[in-house]
Each structure stands twice: as C-alpha cells, then as structure tokens.
Design a protein around this ligand. Structure first.
Ligand SMILES: NC(=O)c1ccc[n+]([C@@H]2O[C@H](COP(=O)([O-])OP(=O)(O)OC[C@H]3O[C@@H](n4cnc5c(N)ncnc54)[C@H](O)[C@@H]3O)[C@@H](O)[C@H]2O)c1
Length: 355
C-alpha cells in the first residue's frame, strides 16, 4: 500500500500556498519525499527562525514569493505551472492577531481563498484542491460541543479569525456549486496542532521553546484550559489521503473533520508538564499574573468519524509520543541543525504511514 501511495505522488505537480509556514514546511517535505514536484507560493517566511529556512526548502522546491490577495500574480504563477493538486494553506492563522488586524485577516483568509478558487476555474489538469480551514469554523454554543461537531453542523465563529475561516468554507462551497462542479474541492477542518518547526506567536509549544532555549520559565496564562491536541503529521496524513482518494470521496462529502479523540483533549498544564519531561534540564513554568488570564472559551471537539469511514483516517499519534517527537525536533534544531532534514523525514516515515 505504501508503494501505491508513493506512486500516486511521483512526478505529480502540486501547488502549495503557505509553503513557508509551519504546516506548509512539513507538507512540502512530505511531498518531496514522495517524489512530487512542488511549487510553493507565500508572501515571505512568517517567522524567524523558521522550519522553511532550517530545512533549506527554498532550494528543494520551486519557491515563489507572492500574495494570495493579488489575483493576477497568483493566476500567473498557478497557470504557468498547471498543477494537478492544490493545497491552500496560506492564511493569517492567529486569533489574537485577528483582533489586532481584522480587515487584513478577512482579506487574506476570505479573498485569498476566493482568488485560489477563481484560478482553479482555468486549470485543465486539476484533479483536486484541498482548502485548509480549522476546527474553529463551527458556531460554538450551537450545540454541546463536548459531543463533537459534525461536518454538517452550523458554521460560525466569534473572533475575526474563526469567522474568516467560516467564510472561506462558504466561498469554497459557492465556487464548487457555481463553477467547479467537475473538480473535487474539499475543505478540511483540524486544529491545535503541535510539532517541531513552529515559531508562531501566542502558541503554547513555540512559547515554551522560546523560553526553555533561553533557560527562562514558560509563563502560562491559563493552565486549566482544555484543548484538543494533535501532532502535525496526523492532519497532514489526512490532507494527503483526501487528495489520493479525491475522485471517490466526492460522493461522501466535500468537508472533512480531522480531530483527535476525546482522550487527547487535555488541559494546557498536562501538555506543558509532558513537554517539560521530554525537554529535560532547564525547563519550568510559572503562572501569569491575573490580568493576563483570559476567560475560558468553550472547549471545542470534532467528530471525525466521517474521515474514518470515508478514507480510513484517524489520529495515530497520542499525546506522549506527539510531545516526544516535538521536543526531539526542537532540541535537534538547537544542538545539531544539520540533522534536521533527516530527522523530519524519519518522523514522517515512522509516524505518517497508516498503522
Ligand atoms: N497550526 C495550527 O494549529 C492550525 C490550526 C488550524 C488551522 N490551521 C490552518 O493551517 C494553515 C497553516 O497554518 P500554519 O500554522 O502553518 O501557519 P503559519 O503562520 O506558520 O503559515 C502561514 C503561511 O501563509 C503564508 N501567508 C500568510 N499571508 C499570506 C498572503 N497574504 N499571501 C501569501 N501567503 C501568505 C505565510 O507566508 C506562511 O507561509 C492556515 O490556513 C491555518 O489557518 C493551523
């Protein structure tokens, strides 16, 4: 089966937006391992340091700098490449940033998605497009979310980031029914991803890594908040499987949840303690002052049974190995960066194949 999967990707032309980001760098590495030809399109490298630079991915794929809000530039880059598969990951992906920059967030996440779909209309060889949204697209409060949102539940979102991603879902649905009926366009909803290579602001593991690498304590605002954690390899394996099975999946659904099971929905503190254990000496945490603590938002879980039924996907990496893989990646970055490409590929081949 593994051989079959690799042969699906061998020589395939794959266009990835947001390839310089955390998930995009993992996806690009994985596609290259499988023999795909990757053209990436991003507006720069989002963080310093970054996985994209650490793995020297600009030398290993066709790296294009461009803004998804610029339809003309996007169209030229996609049409010239004529891809068979498109993964759209480019986004303003941070909730707190979306409060600071709501218009930019809507422009990037809604119009960026409309532009990608508009460009899809002119492609002769396109087999599928996978639009990455988030578990935050559902209307919290519309049901007891502990039971897990299903793909057919109501879309919504309070903060600008969540709302922009719910809008992206509607844009995809409209393009699918108005213009792209022959092409499988999927939206995929996953969230709270951990793994090596993330240096974004306001995310727990990157905050921990920044603190521990300077032998400072990690300051935690809300140790009791429960979140659904998953290792980045798990949702990415789902994205790839959707593209591999695109033709058959159309009759099942055009949207898929890829969330972890309920036992992986644990408090921040449990994740921090697990990460500290794997990091070793120099890692500790302390509680932030009262003013910095936020009000608990309702915990959000996904019902991912449709993905399991339709293409045999479920979470394979439970929390402890996920934290182990993550700590191993960052420790290698700080101690032996020349080994990172090998380590990333080893983590993907050990944990990214169906068990
Ligand atoms: N990391 C998570 O926990 C998580 C959870 C749910 C959903 N997602 C979604 O997954 C996708 C990738 O997230 P990530 O964590 O890798 O984010 P990231 O910030 O690491 O990467 C974002 C990428 O988008 C690119 N980008 C941003 N604005 C752009 C623009 N205007 N034009 C072109 N490129 C632009 C950046 O250059 C970067 O390559 C996003 O769509 C995000 O909403 C992430």
């Amino acid at each position: 089966l593994e051989g079959l999967v690799v042969s699906f990707w061998k020589g395939k032309k794959v266009f990835v937006t947001g390839h310089t980001g955390f998930k995009g760098s993992w996806l690009t590495t994985w596609l290259l391992m499988n023999g795909a030809r990757v053209r990436g399109f991003s507006d720069g490298v989002p963080t310093q340091p970054s996985m994209f630079e650490a793995l020297e991915l600009s030398k290993r794929c066709e790296h294009i700098e461009g803004d998804v809000r610029n339809l003309g530039r996007l169209r030229a880059s996609v049409e010239e490449f004529n891809p068979e598969v498109i993964f759209h990951l480019a986004a303003q992906p941070l909730v707190r940033e979306s409060y600071r920059q709501p218009v930019l967030t809507f422009e990037t996440n809604v119009m960026g998605t409309a532009n990608v779909l508009e460009v899809c209309r002119g492609l002769s060889s396109l087999e599928s497009a996978i639009i990455i949204t988030t578990d935050k697209v559902y209307q919290v409060g519309s049901k007891n979310s502990r039971a897990g949102f299903a793909e057919t539940d109501r879309l919504g979102g309070f903060d600008p980031y969540s709302a922009s991603k719910a809008c992206a879902e509607l844009v995809a649905s409209s393009y699918r029914s108005s213009f792209l009926s022959g092409v499988p366009i999927f939206t995929v909803r996953a969230g709270n991803v951990i793994g090596g290579g993330d240096w974004s602001d306001d995310r727990l593991v990157p905050d921990a890594v920044r603190a521990f690498s300077k032998e400072q304590p990690l300051v935690i605002r809300n140790p009791g908040f429960v979140r659904p954690w998953q290792h980045v390899i798990d949702p990415l394996r789902g994205y790839l499987k959707i593209a591999e099975n695109a033709a058959n999946l159309q009759s099942e659904s055009f949207a898929f949840n890829l969330g972890p099971p309920l036992k992986q929905c644990v408090p921040v503190l449990e994740v921090v303690n697990g990460f500290i254990k794997n990091w070793g000496a120099g890692a500790r945490w302390e509680q932030a002052s009262k003013e910095l603590q936020a009000k608990e938002t309702q915990i959000l879980t996904l019902d991912s049974s449709l993905a399991e039924k339709a293409f045999g996907w479920k979470t394979q990496i439970s929390l402890n190995p996920a934290l182990q893989l993550t700590a191993e990646w960052y420790k290698t970055f700080y101690s032996a960066p020349e080994k990172l490409t090998g380590l990333t590929e080893k983590q993907i081949s050990e944990w990214g194949t169906d068990r």
